[in-house]
Unconditional design. Structure first.
Length: 335
């Protein structure tokens, strides 16, 4: 594909982030957004809004939407996957028969496959082994980007030509695209920062302030880096948009669904009541146990992740988790 040629982009998944990306990309090239629910499609087409996930933002008039996966995928030159990790494989399998050979797949999903702990790029390569794979990640709070606030993201792929092409497909005057060939590092950063953001939210919910948040962000970045480097990533990735950038945005923003889940856990709500009260998916809840399994498989210490898992999956109170972190054996910072 040439960056100068018009391309048809299909965005699969009409949550807040999928809708945002589709609306912006449609200003560059022909774009169709696939939604599972027919009422969401109809509302987007008639009102130019997605009231379920992005009610306050008017969408691009050039954006098309459809309930038909076949219609969305057929003839598309780029497929953008914006569905939660737990349904990612099933959607890929469904669209595979309708996909032209070699069409690149871009993942927006910051999670791990629950059953096997696979990154989304690994799932894509299993289901569609002949499709080039890329990951779009970074500090991507959907509402701010949809409103046109200046932001930057990174496209991670091992294919340099594909990276340059996608850079042009996605880049907008208010949304700057960088490229990076460290797919493992960018993807693991996006996954684990959601887990750390739950921890940061719990601290806020417990009434703690900026010092606590700064400590969690800093030590959380150390956890992310340790795991990803053990898996083959480059350390410098974590000083960039996919690492520190995404971690700061997710841990500091009240718009972050993972941060919000953590805050409500810190205030004493049960996880089940939090999940029942929202239509948003907090990937960090589902991914935390899989991240901890990866850490153990690679013999990497991740104490914040351990305590997030304890609270989310084993009923430990957030205050007890905080005490467990603060009373660990003392050590040298860079161990």
């Amino acid at each position: 594909m040439s960056a100068s040629m018009p391309q048809r982009v299909a965005v699969i998944g009409a949550g807040s982030w999928g809708t945002t990306v589709a609306s912006l990309v449609s200003l560059n090239t022909e774009t169709v957004l696939w939604a599972r629910r027919t009422d969401v499609v109809q509302t987007i087409l008639t009102t130019r809004r997605n009231p379920t996930y992005l009610p306050e933002v008017e969408l691009s008039p050039s954006l098309h939407a459809t309930h038909s996966l076949t219609q969305a995928v057929a003839g598309s030159d780029v497929i953008v996957m914006a569905v939660p990790s737990h349904g990612f494989r099933d959607i890929l399998v469904s669209l595979a028969p309708h996909l032209a050979l070699g069409v690149p797949i871009v993942s927006l999903t910051k999670g791990l496959e629950p059953a096997r702990g696979l990154r989304m790029s690994e799932v894509i390569s299993e289901v569609l082994p002949q499709s080039p794979v890329a990951v779009l990640t970074g500090p991507n709070l959907a509402r701010e980007i949809a409103q046109g606030q200046p932001a930057a993201s990174v496209i991670a792929t091992s294919d340099a030509a594909l990276a340059r092409n996608l850079q042009h497909v996605f880049n907008r005057p208010t949304w700057r695209m960088y490229t990076n060939n460290d797919v493992v590092g960018c993807e693991i950063a996006g996954v684990v920062k959601n887990v750390i953001a739950i921890g940061a939210g719990m601290a806020f919910g417990l009434g703690f302030g900026d010092n606590t948040r700064a400590a969690l962000i800093t030590r959380g970045l150390a956890e992310i880096t340790r795991l990803a480097v053990a898996m083959g990533a480059r350390p410098e990735t974590f000083a960039g948009l996919a690492g520190m950038g995404d971690l700061i945005a997710t841990c500091a923003s009240s718009m972050s669904r993972n941060n919000t889940v953590g805050r409500r856990l810190g205030q004493g709500e049960s996880l089940s009541s939090i999940i029942e009260s929202t239509s948003m998916v907090a990937e960090g809840v589902k991914s935390s146990a899989a991240v901890l399994d990866l850490a153990r498989a690679y013999n990497v210490e991740m104490p914040i992740t351990e305590q997030v898992v304890a609270v989310c999956h084993h009923g430990v109170h957030a205050g007890d988790a905080t005490r467990a972190l603060m009373t660990r054996a003392l050590k040298q910072e860079n161990d």
